[in-house]
Design a protein around this ligand. Structure first.
Ligand code: NAD
Length: 437
């Protein structure tokens, strides 16, 4: 199958590389010439485990290439995927569909044969109808079958997720288009990944419902963590106690500093806008969004509280800045709100992250970035563990403790047992556990 992937970001590049690995011929297109130049020179512009090798192998085998020139890539393709960004629109929180609609117009003008046009970007219900309308208006004679195929991969485990998905959702009422989608995903389908074929609108909504549900699960356990602190219970035991129930399941039940990243915050907001427009309010999700927003800053206050006498003039080391481990993505990371709260309280902030510093720098101009957790801790008044990177799971706590001005350790991921932290001479602060004497 000949495939054009429009948008070569986290989703487009991973999807394009994986499709080529299935044996398809894939051309990845992006408007960002620097990104395409880098890829052509063998440099992967994002950090995603295993991606370098996957791209390199498929480029070498001649199945994967990169271009800024959308026209020829689309003209030649049997399927064109739209994987451009759909950020929050400034001001109102609606999904900004300008990139999707822009790409649809460009695709329409380039179509030369019957083609399946697939929206992989996360788009509100009804976007497929609009894409179809744009294509029909720009190229009345073109035969395009517009399909929704939302992506569920997680950054940090994107290749594994793409190649071993829990399900593949295909939204189309057109049997020919469904057949082409089956062909594209055949290797996974043969591997027993369930293919869920629905109407286009249903597929669009499945993606938002999935993300909103996961965001709800995270927010639920975060509030239970707060209650645990007040009543002297342990949230990790509560999570285990409820998660072993098959109806609930153990995933997404880890208390933390609030969800962030490039998807949950914007997708929950966009879903609320869709609900509002259709007069079907989603009150649970409204609460989830509010609670999560407040939580990020509350984490900053928690750190300030741990310092007893306030944070003014104190030096605080943040370990892990990306919204989760194994990615360099800083979009809507909780660390941003935490840094803000600490600066507002007059603290000096140092930051360490294994991969995220380049993206963090412009978002946190007043943070001093350090090359290791130990450098960040030198002379600091508090350490805050924000993101659970592997290198932060096995810290030499005694070494940290010995180099700090004050031994305050705030573990926002509950990685270290309080006793271990205290045995290293540090004062433990975590989430959802009884207070220490
Ligand atoms: P991204 O910002 O990393 O990449 C988007 C790319 O599209 C950019 O490189 C941009 O230059 C390019 N682009 C924009 N308009 C273009 C055009 N007309 N022609 C060619 N290229 C164009 O975004 P992302 O994180 O990959 O997300 C893409 C979509 O996938 C979003 O809708 C997102 O919600 C969804 N999604 C993301 C994830 C994730 O984990 N990142 C997971 C599932 C779904």
């Amino acid at each position: 199958m000949r495939i054009a992937m429009i948008g070569t970001g986290y989703v487009g590049l991973v999807s394009g590389a994986c499709f080529s690995d299935f044996g398809h011929d894939v051309v990845c297109v992006d408007k960002d010439a620097a990104k395409i130049d880098a890829l052509r020179q063998g440099v992967t512009p994002i950090f995603e485990p295993g991606l370098d090798k996957l791209v390199e192998r498929n480029v070498a085998d001649g199945r994967l290439s990169f271009t800024t020139d959308l026209g020829p890539a689309v003209a030649d393709a049997e399927a064109v995927f739209i994987a451009v960004g759909t950020p929050s629109r400034r001001g109102d929180g609606h999904a900004d569909l300008s990139y999707v609609f822009g790409a649809a117009g460009e695709i329409a003008r380039a179509l030369r044969q019957p083609t399946v046009v697939v929206t992989k970007s996360t788009v509100p219900v009804g976007t497929g109808d609009e894409v179809e309308r744009i294509i029909a208006a720009a190229a009345p004679d073109a035969k395009a079958m517009v399909v929704s195929n939302p992506e569920f991969l997680r950054e940090g485990a994107a290749i594994e997720d793409f190649k071993r998905p829990d399900r593949i959702v295909v939204g189309t009422e057109d049997e020919d288009a469904a057949e082409i989608m089956r062909e594209i995903y055949r290797p996974l389908y043969l591997n027993k990944a369930p293919l869920v074929v629905t109407s286009r609108r249903t597929a669009e909504l499945i993606k938002y419902a999935a993300n909103a549900f996961l965001a709800t699960k995270i927010t639920f356990i975060n509030e239970i963590a707060d209650l645990c602190e007040r009543v002297g219970a342990d949230v990790q035991d509560v999570s285990r106690g409820i998660g072993l129930d098959n109806r609930i399941g153990p995933k997404f039940l880890h208390a933390g500093p609030g969800y962030g990243g490039s998807c949950f915050p914007k997708d929950t907001l966009a879903l609320l806008k869709t609900a509002e427009d259709h007069q079907a309010p989603l009150r649970i999700i409204e609460s989830v969004v509010k609670v999560n927003d407040l939580r990020k800053r509350a984490m900053g206050r928690k750190v300030i509280g741990a310092l007893n006498g306030g944070a003014r003039g104190k030096t605080i080391a943040l370990l892990g800045l990306t919204f989760k481990p194994n990615t360099d993505d800083m979009r809507d990371a909780p660390s941003i709100a935490i840094v803000q709260a600490l600066h507002d309280a007059g603290a000096k902030v140092r930051g360490y992250d294994p991969e995220g510093v380049e993206q963090a720098r412009p978002l946190m101009p007043d943070v001093e970035f350090c090359a290791s957790p130990y450098e960040a801790a030198e002379g600091a008044d508090a350490i805050v563990l924000v993101t659970e990177w592997d290198v932060l799971r096995a810290l030499d706590l005694k070494r940290l403790s010995a180099s700090m001005a004050r031994p305050v350790f705030v573990d926002l991921r509950n990685i270290y047992p309080p006793e271990e932290v205290e045995n290293a001479g540090l004062e433990w602060h975590g989430l959802g556990k009884p207070a220490r004497d």
